[in-house]
Design a protein around this ligand. Structure first.
Ligand code: URP
Ligand code: ZN
Ligand code: ZN
Length: 455
């Protein structure tokens, strides 16, 4: 297939040109490529041709709190494709009673119906003990490049004992595994939550007070200390606060190996939504923050202090979320994979906060590089997988729940104006979505293994 007359945009630049796909790969790019006999020619008519978007933080079929999130890998992957996302990086839980590779194999089985390509971070939950440290080396052979650790969530078995952190980080430094972290200071969260519980203040509007900005900032400071002690690179997921962005920026300026991720909801939605009727639909952890936090996060992205935007997609139907009688009962998480690209295009590029190549860096090239999938993913170079998105920057429209494909049935971003639409999504040379219609096979995603190049 030959894409012609487009603007090819990657993490380096935007250039007029054509691109040819053959056998699932990008075969060549050029300025005036001639069609071959029998080859389909797609006239881009000036639309952008982008590398497939990588959402490096999703929770399809997440099992926690006695519940399973509503988008399984098939539903979540379909939603992803409509939004131009061709690869997701989800999570595999550490299974204590089995050899380490089985934690990955078990999750891969769950993903057998996923229509997009996928990779996993291995979650070291509180079942992980020191005597299993040596096994982490096996992950490299499986092509798994990162772990996920939590500084909070003891109630769901995720929080790791403090004395394990230096040992895990020293091991990961040695074997080249990247450690990603959900950062909230648990002592502060527990203290605040307990005080508000005693005072009967459990309304949804109290969510940001139960889990205050300071809890994220303190946790990130503590993690900077861990990096200083061990030299192990850390990647902070879903940063929500100006304070965390500031701490990260300063640590990086001192040369410490810290990477950062934020999410569209922390860039675009404010905590006052928790005062609205139906507020339960907006509850996720960490909570939404203030306008000043949003501005600092945008700034961090523009300045190159924050590396990735990913969604933390964890979909529950509005009905399930609104069954909760108070904030502590809400199933946390929101859908987001399908709106990632149009939101960041509209409010990042469209609002001139940063360039289109910077968008490609934070939504595709950087996650590919950081998690060892580059240049197979995140690139328009010859030989890369033909994961491509045709993005038409012209249309302006207002997002509505009905536009989306997640089983959540709603979007916290509904009502926002969007600039541009995904016109086509291709995965490894197969057109999956064209003009709003699903036209591909509804499975066929593959586990993409990686190898991390150490900085
Ligand atoms: O509220 C959220 N973010 N749910 C998903 C789990 C997590 O903390 O990432
Ligand atoms: Zn998290
Ligand atoms: Zn998450």
């Amino acid at each position: 297939m030959l894409f012609k007359r487009g603007k090819l945009a990657d993490g380096k630049d935007v250039r007029e040109g054509d691109l040819r796909v053959s056998e699932g790969k990008i075969l060549e790019t050029g300025s005036d490529l001639s069609p071959r006999a029998g080859e389909r020619v797609y006239d881009l008519e000036g639309c952008y041709l982008l590398p497939g978007i990588i959402d490096s933080h999703t929770h399809f079929s997440l099992e926690a709190r006695g519940a399973v999130s509503d988008d399984d890998p098939r539903a979540g992957g379909m939603s992803a494709l409509f939004g131009g996302v061709t690869t997701v990086i989800d999570y595999a839980d550490f299974l204590p009673d089995r050899p380490l590779p089985e934690s990955i194999a078990a999750r891969q089985k769950v993903f057998s119906t996923c229509p997009v390509d996928y990779h996993f971070h291995l979650v070291l939950n509180n079942n992980f003990q020191r005597d299993r440290l040596a096994e982490l080396e096996q992950l490299a052979a499986l092509g798994i490049t990162s772990l996920k650790l939590f500084t909070t969530y003891p109630e769901v078995g995720y929080m790791l004992a403090e004395d394990l952190w230096p040992d895990i980080l020293n091991t990961c430094k040695e074997i080249g595994l990247l450690v990603t972290v959900h950062a909230e200071d648990n002592a502060l969260v527990e203290e605040r939550t307990e005080n508000y519980r005693k005072a009967g203040l459990l309304g949804f509007d109290y969510h940001p007070r139960h889990r205050p900005a300071a809890s994220e900032v303190e946790a990130v400071k503590w993690l900077v200390g861990m990096v200083e002690e061990t030299g192990c690179p850390l990647y902070i997921v879903h940063m929500s606060t100006a304070g965390a962005a500031e701490v990260l920026a300063r640590a990086r300026a001192r040369g410490l190996p810290l990477l950062g991720e934020t999410a569209p909801h922390y860039l675009l939605l404010e905590e006052k939504l928790f005062e609205h009727p139906g507020a339960a639909r907006y509850i996720m952890t960490p909570p939404l923050r203030r306008g000043s936090d949003q501005e600092r996060l945008w700034q961090g992205l523009a300045r190159g202090e924050i590396d990735v935007v990913a969604t933390d997609h964890c979909a529950f139907t509005a009905e399930r979320k609104m069954e909760a009688e108070n904030v502590l009962e809400v199933l946390p998480g929101i859908p987001g994979v399908e709106t990632l690209l149009p939101l960041i295009y509209t409010y990042g590029v469209g609002r001139k906060r940063f360039s289109l190549p910077r968008l490609i860096q934070v939504l595709s090239e950087n996650p590919a590089r950081i998690f060892g999938l580059y240049p197979r993913k995140g690139s328009l170079e010859e030989g890369s997988d033909a994961d491509l998105v045709v993005y038409d920057p012209g249309p302006r429209w207002y997002l509505q729940d009905e536009d989306l494909h997640s089983r959540a049935g709603y979007s916290p971003f509904s009502g926002l104006e969007l600039k541009g639409r995904v016109r086509l999504t291709m995965l490894r040379g197969e057109i999956k979505v064209e003009e709003g219609e699903f036209v591909g096979r509804d499975s066929g995603g593959r586990l993409i293994t990686g190898r991390r190049i150490q900085d």
